[in-house]
Design a protein around this ligand. Structure first.
Ligand code: MG
Length: 349
C-alpha cells in the first residue's frame, strides 16, 4: 500500500492507494471517523458497480449504512442535488457525529464534500474516488462546491476529507473517454512540477504503471495544497491549461471532457509562450505528442479572440488582472499577472 499524508493548515489526513483497497475500506474509515452511521453518496453509474461492496464492508464492520444515489453527470452538480442530500441526512436523523462517504468521480466528491461542509455546519467525510480524474486531482485538496446557472464551481467551500481511499482497480471499469479525461490532469502535473514524471509518461505503458503515476501526481497535489490551501499563491499553478481550457469547455457546451479541454489549453498557451521567448523551444510539441499518446485531441477549433473573451469572465482573475500559468520548460511553472485584455497574446493555435 502507498500512503501520503496531507498536512494542510485546517486538517491532516491520509491518502491510501492500493489495488483492491475497497474491500478493506471499513477498517480504514473506522480509524478516522467518530460515528457509526455512514451516508454513502454515489451516482447512477457507480452505484451498480461499487455501492454494494462498500455498503457490505461497512455493515460487516458494524456501521449502520444509508445511501443516496443521484443522476450521473455534471448536470447534477447544483444546489438542488445538495438539498436532496440534506433531506436524506435529515430524514435519517444524521447528527454531527455521523459521516458521509463520497463514492464516485469528481462531481460526486464535489457535491458530497459541499454537503458535508454545510450540513450541521460540518460533518466528517471520506473520499473514495473511482475515476482517474478524481483519483489524481479532485479528491485531494478540499475544494468542494457546485455550479450555478452563472458558471462552474461558483458556490463552494474549502473542506478537507478525513481520508482518501484510492483503489486503482476501479479504473478498469472506466471507458477510454474517461481514462483520457484524467490523463489531461496527469500530463499537467508533469508539465508544472515534475519533468521526470513527464519523461516517464512519454516512454512507459501508462495503464500498466497507473498506480505509480497516481502516486506521483498526488505528491505534487499534496505539496502544492499544503503550501497554499486556499489558492492565494502557488496553488494557482494547478490551473495550468485551465484558463483557456475552461473557455473551450464552455464554447464546446461541455460536450468535450475537462481533460481534453485542459490539454488543448496547455498546448495553446505553451505555443504562444514559446514564441514569446518565455518557454524552451519544442515544449509545446512534446506536450502535444504526449497528449496524443493519451488519446487527447489537442486541436482547438475556436478562434483565439473568442477563447480569450470567455476567459475574461473567469472568477480567478481579480480586477482587470488575470493570473496565467506558463511553463518555462517541462517541470517548471511560472505565474504571470497580465491585463485581462492581453490574454489573446498568450494563446496560439
Ligand atoms: Mg482540472
Amino acid at each position: 500500500m502507498k500512503k501520503l499524508t496531507v498536512n494542510a493548515m485546517s486538517a491532516t489526513y491520509d491518502i491510501l492507494i492500493e489495488k483492491g483497497i475497497l474491500k478493506d475500506c471499513a477498517k480504514y474509515i473506522g480509524s478516522v471517523v467518530r460515528g457509526k452511521r455512514a451516508m454513502i453518496i454515489t451516482d447512477t453509474n457507480v452505484a451498480p458497480l461499487y455501492l454494494d461492496k462498500v455498503k457490505d464492508e461497512l455493515e460487516n464492520a458494524g456501521f449502520e449504512t444509508y445511501f443516496h444515489i443521484f443522476t450521473a453527470g455534471e448536470e447534477s452538480k447544483h444546489l438542488g442535488t445538495v438539498a436532496e442530500i440534506y433531506d436524506s441526512l435529515s430524514e435519517n436523523e444524521f447528527t454531527r457525529k455521523d459521516f458521509i462517504v463520497a463514492l464516485g468521480g469528481g462531481v460526486c466528491g464535489d457535491i458530497s464534500g459541499f454537503a458535508a461542509s454545510t450540513y450541521m455546519r460540518g460533518i466528517d467525510f471520506v473520499q473514495i474516488p473511482t475515476t482517474l480524474l478524481s483519483q489524481v486531482d479532485s479528491s485531494v485538496g478540499g475544494k468542494t462546491g457546485v455550479d450555478t446557472k452563472y458558471g462552474k464551481n461558483l458556490v463552494g467551500a474549502f473542506y478537507q476529507p478525513k481520508l482518501v481511499l484510492i483503489d486503482p482497480q476501479t479504473l478498469s471499469t472506466l471507458t477510454d473517454h474517461y481514462f483520457a479525461d484524467g490523463m489531461g490532469e496527469v500530463v499537467k502535473y508533469g508539465c508544472i512540477r515534475n519533468a521526470e514524471l513527464f519523461n516517464m509518461l512519454e516512454t512507459i505503458d501508462i495503464k500498466e504503471n497507473i498506480e505509480d503515476i497516481i502516486l506521483e501526481c498526488l505528491k505534487i497535489k499534496r505539496d502544492v495544497v499544503v503550501e497554499d490551501e486556499k489558492e492565494s499563491g502557488v496553488r494557482m499553478i494547478l490551473n495550468f491549461g485551465h484558463t483557456a481550457g475552461h473557455s473551450i469547455e464552455k464554447l464546446a457546451e461541455f460536450k468535450k471532457s475537462h481533460g481534453e479541454c485542459v490539454a488543448k489549453g496547455m498546448v495553446m498557451i505553451t505555443k504562444a509562450s514559446e514564441s514569446l521567448g518565455i518557454t524552451e523551444v519544442g515544449t509545446a510539441k512534446r506536450i502535444e505528442a504526449l497528449c496524443s499518446k493519451c488519446n487527447l485531441d489537442t486541436s482547438c477549433y475556436y478562434d483565439i479572440d473568442t477563447v480569450a473573451l470567455h476567459a475574461r469572465n473567469d472568477k480567478k482573475g481579480s480586477d482587470n488582472n488575470l493570473n496565467i500559468i506558463l511553463i518555462d520548460k517541462i517541470g517548471n511553472s511560472v505565474i504571470q499577472t497580465i491585463d485581462k485584455n492581453d490574454f489573446a497574446k498568450y494563446l496560439s493555435k
